[in-house]
Unconditional design. Structure first.
Length: 255
């Protein structure tokens, strides 16, 4: 797992799906003045240079944000978060959250990779942002229920460790027992192997009221196994399912 660096994949089509949905959810939650907590279990470095050799090498950003950007309305919260970046870099989900949240909100970001953690601490300095060099799933267990109790958690492992697929449903059950009011967004890749399917079936059986949202897209390059992106959302904010329909339509144009 410590070999994984998201710079190779930043801005890909799955990022656009995940980040646009996250931005919509946070935009809704911040319409009320009450403070909230944001927890992220696999934060990465926070911001990414899409012109870096690592990003250019895979071509994933060219097939993702470069193709999808103009399909968003200028006032979409995802686009607002992109344009809010002071350095012009592509924001990962922690930077998107930081751009959309308020000083009264609390951010808790976990990253286990030493170099990524160090970069995250540099990239996302703010009084309301707490960065942890810790396993994110363990951190989430220790924080829940958070203060403030109202809030959202994003869970997006790399799934390079195959055990993640089996671990997530059990872990989510423990989280929701502790924090039954929290919005929990679990991202998963849709691979040609269908590796996500047993996990998704278990999640849907345990949380029948949750929202599942998936998009499909062509592989970023020949032989690339990721052909879609999925989100499993417990306690989805009101209206999120409808707000995601234009995003689904934008992805259909890629296929």
């Amino acid at each position: 797992m410590l070999s994984y660096q998201h710079l190779y994949h930043a801005g890909n089509a799955a990022d656009v799906h995940k980040h646009a949905a996250l931005a919509l959810a946070l935009d809704y939650l911040t319409q009320k003045p009450k403070p909230l907590s944001y927890i992220e279990t696999h934060a990465g470095r926070g911001r990414y240079d899409l012109s870096a050799p690592e990003a250019v090498k895979t071509g994933e950003a060219a097939q993702g944000i470069a193709r999808l950007h103009d399909g968003f309305a200028k006032d979409h919260p995802y686009i607002r978060a992109l344009t809010a970046q002071p350095d012009g870099l592509y924001p990962g989900s922690p930077a998107i959250a930081q751009a959309l949240l308020r000083p009264v909100d609390s951010l808790h970001l976990a990253e286990l990779h030493p170099q990524e953690h160090a970069a995250l601490r540099t990239n996302l300095r703010a009084a309301n942002t707490h960065v942890y060099h810790q396993d994110g799933l363990e951190l989430a267990q220790s924080l829940c229920p958070p203060t403030p109790r109202r809030g959202l958690m994003l869970v997006d492992p790399s799934y390079e460790i195959k055990a993640d697929y089996a671990q997530i449903p059990k872990w989510l059950g423990a989280i929701t027992r502790k924090w039954n009011v929290g919005v929990v967004m679990i991202w998963y890749p849709i691979l040609t192997s269908g590796a996500h399917r047993p996990m998704l079936r278990a999640l849907q059986a345990d949380h029948p009221e949750a929202l599942t949202h998936e998009v499909r897209f062509p592989p970023a390059r020949e032989g690339h196994r990721m052909v879609g992106s999925g989100l499993f959302i417990v306690n989805p904010p009101f209206g999120l399912e409808g707000a995601l329909k234009p995003l689904s339509a934008a992805f259909r144009k890629l296929t």
